[in-house]
Design a protein around this ligand. Structure first.
Ligand SMILES: Nc1ncnc2c1ncn2[C@@H]1O[C@H](COP(=O)(O)OP(=O)(O)OP(=O)(O)O)[C@@H](O)[C@H]1O
Length: 121
């Protein structure tokens, strides 16, 4: 049981590290809160909530893995190395793909509802 609690502690330590050191991670947290607020006020459906939650989770996982990759690259290759740079670039590309997917999902879910609101006003 103690081991399980300790593992959670390490995981939260990792989350705290990412939040403190990664501006992108903080931006994603803010975007997640914004998406939830829009979801609440625009009364999105359960299915739409699932898409929003999926995007939030994917974005955070991608950013956390990218942060881990960056730290590992800095550890094994503190000096300039073309391959090390490529590893970081591909890690960043993974986060970018998720960001584009999340943006597209947000547009599909929220824009029609916002347009209805604007037209009704
Ligand atoms: N050791 C290295 N060797 C070669 N190129 C590197 C190296 N470290 C970084 N780079 C290049 O610089 C880019 C930015 O690296 P950096 O570590 O600053 O990432 P970052 O995403 O800006 O990090 P952070 O999110 O911590 O600000 C990488 O994508 C890579 O192209």
């Amino acid at each position: 049981m103690n081991k399980l609690i300790r593992s959670f502690g390490f995981a939260f330590k990792g989350l705290g590290y990412a939040f403190k050191t990664q501006q992108n991670f903080r931006i994603h947290c803010f975007a997640a809160i914004l998406a939830c607020a829009f979801g609440y006020f625009l009364h999105i459906t359960t299915d739409e909530w699932q898409w929003v939650m999926l995007c939030i989770m994917l974005m955070m996982v991608a950013e956390l893995l990218n942060t881990a990759i960056e730290a590992l690259v800095d550890l094994v290759s503190p000096d300039y190395n073309e391959l090390a740079g490529r590893v970081k670039d591909v890690g960043a590309a993974a986060a970018l793909v998720v960001a584009i997917f999340s943006l597209a999902t947000g547009i599909i879910i929220f824009v029609p509802k916002l347009l209805l609101l604007v037209n009704a006003a």
